[in-house]
Design a protein around this ligand. Sequence first.
Ligand code: SAM
Length: 497
Amino acid sequence: MATRRLRALKRWMKSNGFEWSSALQFVDTPEEGISVKALCEINAGDVVAKMPKKACLTIKTSGACEIIENACLGGYLGLAVAIMYERSLAEESPWEGYLQLLPQQECLPLVWSVEEVDQLLCGTELHQTVQEDKALVYEDWRENILPLLDSEPSKLNPAFFGVEQYFAAKSLISSRSFEIDDYHGFGMVPLADLFNHKTGAEDVHFTALSSNNESEDDTDDEIVDEEALAQNSSMDKTEKGVDSDMEYSSITEDDTSMLEMVMIKDVSSGAEVFNTYGILGNAALLHRYGFTEQDNTYDIVNIDLELVLQWCSSLFSNRRSRSRVSLWRRLGYSSDTENSEYFEISFDGEPQMELLILLYIIFLPDDVYHKLDLSVAVAENFHESSEKTTFLNDNIFLKKLSNMSKKTLMTKEVCDALLSLADMRESLYGLKSLEDDIEALKRSSFVRDRKLYHSSVLRISERKILQKLRNYASKSCKITNLSSAGKKLKRTTKRES
Ligand SMILES: C[S@@+](CC[C@H](N)C(=O)[O-])C[C@H]1O[C@@H](n2cnc3c(N)ncnc32)[C@H](O)[C@@H]1O
């Protein structure tokens, strides 16, 4: 359906040198917003759209460039100022035809209320992240945007630079910006941002032909004001007639001033043409783009080291927990960032090797632990790291540990520990059960209850992974029991014979 806002965007794109294949259809529905469909079969290798870098909204092209650069605001902060500034100009902005199509904000958890974040994301991988994001983004605004209003009172309209407007701009940047080149950095790329995402199944790919090497001298020409965009328009509009009969496969000449969308798969007539925003699990998708996908095989659940320490302290003394974790760290199994240590549980419910090794070390009998601890302490006294490595490699137990497979690490104790950890992780979701979440999802509408819908998909996908972790632990435990029973049986048989 070609809505009024879509027609206005097309007019704006035409007059600003955008080119797109007549095989693409832009569809706008109240339920799902904009998507791109193939009107006929399109083939891999076809260039289906070209976007002039000069018409992208970036720090360099925005009318606020000088203000942003004088304030030394780079990256996303600078781009947010560019968006707020152009929005403040309304129809005076060279990007008016583009901006009128954008939602005020994308429905990312960043712009949900604090209550919604606490209620809907409780226990999920996103809860703490979003709480921290909200505080950081607010601080960014207070420290960087607020002072701009004092320093540039005549140029900036405060109504467009409030904290809400800043959060809204950040949500648009997160969900729609692209990396353009070294000169422009990140920016809003009209047309390229109309394509929806499909995990691991991209049809069309965004490309910047090569880095745009404009020198500082060229910079003045690069700042696109209304006049410049208008010039651009008169040059391209009538002569190229881009919207109508352009053969998409004919847009081939190399041009570093243009960005391109290139088909990487054949797409049949009537099908949606998808981009991919990356290989992302649901937590990342919801965080950056405000939606989730059911049965997303890139989903994971993390178990924080902190949770492992809590579980450990419920069984052993604090001293033992600390010393075993310390040995595990000294053996080099922990990540460098002590504040954010966690272990991944994959979509199939398989725990990360480092977690199994930690649990295994926690359960080592005292005498084995002390010997190992001593060896590591001796090795730490070697000055040369090569000597240290050789010494550690010669240690028989260490050799055994580093060669152990997941299967052999899954002793009965380790399996039980995983079951307890799964229960502890699950309890973070609060009182509602997985079945309650599934019911809530069934009752919620993708369109009307967007936040409830996507947060339910996230919670359900995480909790199903925890269920698979339990199955993995129980199954491994049975196998371990069977094989140790088998060994005992053999021994008995031998002695008897
Ligand atoms: C770059 S825009 C894509 C165009 C967008 N549909 C529009 O109406 O302008 C990215 C946004 O589109 C929506 N989106 C993209 N792919 C999606 C998908 N597979 N499922 C649901 N929403 C999707 C999300 O709201 C996301 O933040």
